[in-house]
Design a protein around this ligand. Structure first.
Ligand SMILES: *Cc1c(COP(=O)(O)O)cnc(C)c1O
Length: 431
């Protein structure tokens, strides 16, 4: 399909970005390729409409069809994740976390989350983020071996009695013990927020455990493994939401989380929702409800396991020794290359990945000791275990021979062959 953009500079940049996506191996675990249907919904007339409020309760007229769209997204998300209530309006994952905290904690109260350098997210209490400037932040780490340290989480919770305990990360290759985290949080009367931004698609497909029924609030992005547009959702169980009415003092906040969350998103933090994004979320959720999506999610896991095993066979070291989800962290310490250079070298041969700190990293975050790799985007293109074996070998070879120009050229060629085998948006062109 030809998309007309009558602005040569912009059209060229968009076309070049499309070609870059086509010609590289996209291995950043937080990225994905949406379907043409999701792209179409995202480029829809929903963007023209103001609709502050919620379906049936708007501050603008003319929202009868926007209400239908938002209700489609909400109902599909409720079905997909088996929850009572979903807010689909947060602009992205970070504002969703901000709203989730804002819903249950007053400024100055304590929140607790995983330290950024151990895999956690900025919005879980990193020192320069709002979550540590407006709230008091306590951060937990992993054990030396990279696995979550539940004893430490429990003792920090007992000591600081936070109002909120977060779990969820951007670089943790293992699963979470949601029942245990819920038990710890509730033993100190904290709200347990599970941020499933990375794993949402795997949870939706029911191939890894869900925090539903354990976490009080669940936040997620919609653009990672869930394969929707850039956006976010906040989910919870509880009584029906009354977003225009503040809770009275005799209402139990724990039973009224839907109202607290809706009010935190709007009018607490945001104005008008991005209705084109909501439409694209509705489309992506419809896709995620289909049996094909389960097959896709299973393949993400199979591919991650195959890639991890191959990297190990090639002598590379992985944090925690492997993966239970869609991502892995390669420890570069014994390869004589830092994370920054590894990212650059991989980029030069057409493999897109990002440098990452590893637990107890001795190098600086700007040039850390790890590389993060993930399989969701490649799996969307159709790559399977056989290609993962080839890619694992290519990655190991380039990291071990990062100074050899001939090896770089050879790998560049292999990457071209691989990407050529799985066309991306073959009909699309911006001009
Ligand atoms: C990606 C991510 C977010 C934030 O999402 P943005 O859309 O980039 O703001 C929040 N939490 C976790 C764990 C993430 O991985």
């Amino acid at each position: 399909m030809q998309i007309s953009i009558p602005d040569p500079k912009l059209a060229q940049s968009l076309q070049k970005e499309l070609e870059r996506q086509r010609q590289t191996l996209e291995m950043i675990p937080s990225e994905n390729f949406v379907s043409p249907a999701v792209l179409n919904a995202l480029g829809s007339v929903g963007t023209n409409k103001y609709s502050e409020g919620y379906p049936g309760q708007r501050y603008y007229g003319g929202n009868q069809f926007i209400d239908e769209i938002e209700n489609l997204a909400r109902e599909r998300a409720k079905k997909l994740f088996s929850v009572d209530h979903v807010n689909v309006q947060p602009y992205s994952g970070s504002p969703a976390n901000q709203a989730a905290i804002f819903a249950v904690a007053n400024p100055g109260e304590t929140i607790m989350g995983m330290h950024l350098f151990y895999g956690g997210h900025l919005t879980h209490g990193w020192n320069v983020n709002f979550s540590a400037r407006y709230y008091k932040s306590v951060q937990y780490t992993t054990k030396k071996d990279g696995w979550l340290n539940y004893e430490q989480i429990e003792s920090l919770a007992k000591k600081h009695r936070p109002k909120v305990i977060f779990c969820g990360a951007t670089a943790y290759p293992r699963l979470y013990d949601y029942p245990l985290l819920a038990k710890i949080a509730h033993s100190v009367d904290a709200y347990f927020i599970a941020d499933i931004a990375h794993e949402a698609g795997l949870i939706a497909a029911k191939i890894i455990p869900s925090p539903v029924g354990h976490a009080d609030i669940i936040t997620t992005t919609t653009h990672k493994t869930l394969r929707g547009p850039r956006g976010a959702m906040i989910m919870c169980n509880g009584k029906e939401s009354h977003p225009l009415k503040p809770l009275s003092e005799n209402e139990n906040p724990r039973k009224n989380l839907p109202t607290l969350i809706d009010r935190a998103v709007f009018p607490g933090l945001q104005g008008g929702p991005h209705n084109h994004t909501t439409a694209a979320i509705a489309m992506a959720l419809e896709e995620a409800l289909k049996p094909e999506f389960k097959t896709y999610a299973e393949q993400i896991l199979k591919n991650a396991k195959a890639l991890a095993q191959n990297l190990i066979d090639e002598g590379l070291e992985l944090v925690t020794g492997g993966t239970d989800n869609h991502l892995m962290l390669v420890k570069l310490t014994n390869l004589g290359i830092g994370g920054k250079q590894a990212e650059t070298v991989l980029n030069e041969v057409g493999i897109t990945a990002n440098k990452n700190t590893i637990p107890f990293d001795e190098r600086k975050p700007y040039d850390p000791s790890g590389i993060r790799l993930g399989t969701p985007a490649l799996t969307s293109r159709g790559f399977k275990e056989d290609e993962m074996k080839i890619i694992g070998k290519l990655i190991a070879k380039i990291l071990k021979n990062h100074e050899s120009e001939t090896i770089k050229q050879e790998i560049k060629k292999s990457v071209k062959e691989l990407t050529g085998k799985y066309p991306l948006y073959p009909e699309l062109e911006y001009n």
